[in-house]
Design a binder for this molecule. Structure first.
Ligand SMILES: Cc1ncc(C[n+]2csc(CCOP(=O)(O)OP(=O)(O)O)c2C)c(N)n1
Length: 552
């Protein structure tokens, strides 16, 4: 797929997406290990890193990915961790303490944010994480910067022995712009373990001085940032000064080419003296940013007078027309976006049979995130909640605990296979540990892939990121090992009524039940067959076949 972007060609110019530019830079900067969990708009980074020859792997979830890369960076290597913005919520526990421990090699954490929610359940602005955790943050505006800033991130990470947050947004990730890569790649640094117990074991006695060290580092980084070339001034008419960062810079240049612009690339800790000077040198100073008022609040907190955008522009992505409106302070209602074609489940998708059955039984469905979330739309309207990955279990159990019995007995949790491995397993443990009086029914929709984000592998498929055979987590064995007696594996087919009968039987049993509805995703069914054939031919493939699965 990336052949046309062959590394280090003579022409030395490549058309790359932001994600590909990050991947190429990671390769050229000697990143020894890349780990992550898929999520739009970040997924392509690790896939491209692998295609460029890097060591890339999917983890079961973002927390594990971050921990694996923290370990690599403790070992002195350069490591890359990728995820979408909500992934950082999952990874936030190690994130905050990794800021205290610091790293020995380099650790770059890519947070790919999705303002406008093209493909997400919220539009949280992860710039707040840099401040909350106390880690430096870089924000590129295009693919060239995505490439260049990766080297700067590695340098900052190694110099201050800190993880670096590399924050990008959908338009930067997915837009193609020209990149001139460096002529020479850096070799990976040899990893080697050096004991440093006080730095890496965060018992309170060691964590207290670690917090002080962190604040000291941040103060030093802020000072360094005052003259850092990652921030620059684009000269222009001093009657209007604009402070901006990330993709907003591109919109600003088009909407107000005459303005003087302070373009920030190193956006935490902010270079406040430089910002104050810039604001002082222009007649009117406006902060133009997408999403939360992160920059404007921080700048005002330093007593610098700047104007921000109106609240209505906090929602959704910015674009050139919207930036023009902000510049004119035009608060009139914005034109409605033309309605797009609503997404829908594929015609032959097995999920249709499941949602029809759930509808027929008038089930109360605690849903989850994946292609199957489309079961919320017509004609099914068969999902009653969707909060975050893995929440179907906990939400379903909570409902079962409090609802009157005739309603409680209709509650079902529905989750996809990748999502189950990501964060559903602990919900299943909760189901065993605190079972509701009338039992509960969990349906795992197992299409043998992570379809939603473009068919990535996960531990339940038994294939690596590169689709090679590896250890496989067998979902039915896992459920049985937790002590659940009713574990059914079924291949749903329309017209047979088999799935309906199984669902009714489980609902009426008042026991804990797990139904695994297993049929390969129709879009890649042929490919999955080939992978399975390879798996059978591969004598070294680790074990992990179902142990006497009860197939209904
Ligand atoms: C914390 C978090 N990480 C990643 C995502 C992106 N994402 C949404 S659903 C999903 C997995 C979907 O796979 P699966 O559960 O197997 O369902 P399918 O799409 O195959 O039906 C992913 C990776 C997300 N929404 N939240």
């Amino acid at each position: 797929m990336l052949a046309r972007f062959d590394c280090m060609t003579d022409s030395n110019r490549k058309l790359l997406s932001g994600d590909e530019a990050i991947a190429l830079a990671a390769r050229h900067a000697g990143i020894a290990l890349g780990a992550g969990y898929p999520g739009t708009p970040s997924t392509e980074i690790l896939e491209a890193f692998s295609e460029y020859g890097g060591h890339a792997q999917w983890s079961p979830n973002e927390k594990v990915a971050l921990e694996v890369t923290i370990g690599a960076a403790f070992g002195g290597a350069r490591a890359l961790c990728t995820m979408k913005h909500v992934g950082l919520n999952v990874a936030s526990d190690p994130l905050f303490t990794a800021a205290y421990t610091g790293v020995t090699g380099a650790l770059i954490i890519v947070s790919a944010d999705d303002p406008g929610m093209a493909s997400s359940q919220n539009e949280q602005d992860n710039r707040r994480y840099a401040v909350a955790a106390g880690i430096p943050m870089l924000e590129p505006s295009d693919s060239q910067e995505a490439y260049d800033f990766m080297f700067a991130a590695v340098e900052i990470s190694e110099r201050w022995r800190t993880p670096v947050l590399f924050r990008v947004t959908t338009r930067v990730c997915h837009s193609y712009t020209v990149v001139r890569p460096r002529a020479k790649a850096e070799a990976s640094k040899a990893a080697s373990f050096e004991r440093d117990i006080r730095a890496r074991v965060m018992i309170p006695a060691y964590a207290r001085p670690a917090h002080r060290r962190l604040r000291q580092k941040l103060a030093e980084m802020q000072e360094w940032n005052e003259t850092c070339p990652l921030n620059r001034v684009v000269e222009g008419n001093r009657s209007l000064g604009i402070i901006t960062s990330g993709i907003s810079f591109m919109h600003v240049r088009e909407a107000a080419p005459e303005a003087r612009v302070l373009k920030l690339g190193f956006t935490y800790p902010l270079p406040m003296k430089r910002i104050a000077q810039f604001a002082h040198e222009v007649e009117r100073c406006l902060v133009l940013e997408e999403g939360d008022p992160y920059l404007v609040e921080a700048i005002r907190a330093h007593g610098i007078t700047v104007k921000g955008k109106a609240e209505m522009f906090r929602f959704g992505e910015l674009d050139v027309p919207r930036v023009r409106r902000i510049l004119k302070n035009d608060l009139s209602p914005e034109p409605a976006k033309p309605p797009g074609k609503p997404p829908q489940l594929c015609d032959a998708c097995q999920y249709r049979i499941v949602f029809e059955a759930l509808r027929k039984r008038d089930c109360i469905v605690a849903g989850d995130i994946g292609c199957y979330t489309l079961g919320v739309l017509q004609p099914f309207e068969a999902i009653d909640s969707c909060v975050c990955m893995g929440a179907s279990l906990g939400v379903g159990l909570g409902l079962r605990h409090v609802l009157p019995p005739e309603q409680a007995r209709r509650v079902v949790s529905v989750i996809g296979d990748s999502t189950f491995v990501h964060s559903g397993i602990s919900g299943l443990v909760e189901m065993v540990y605190n079972p509701p009086p009338n039992g509960h029914v969990l349906i795992i929709l197992d299409n043998s892939t992570t379809a939603m984000t473009g068919h990535q592998e996960h531990p339940g498929t038994g294939r690596t990121l590169q689709h090679e055979p590896t250890g496989k987590v067998v979902l039915e064995d896992l459920a049985r090992s937790l002590g659940i007696r009713r574990v059914h594996v079924i291949e749903p087919h329309s017209g047979t009524g088999e799935f309906d009968r199984l669902l009714s039987e489980c609902l009426d049993s008042n026991e804990l039940a797990v139904i695994i509805a297993r049929r390969p995703c129709i879009l890649i069914a042929k490919q999955l067959k080939q992978y399975e054939a390879q798996r059978c031919e591969c004598p070294s493939a680790p074990a992990g076949e179902p142990a006497a699965a009860q197939v209904v």
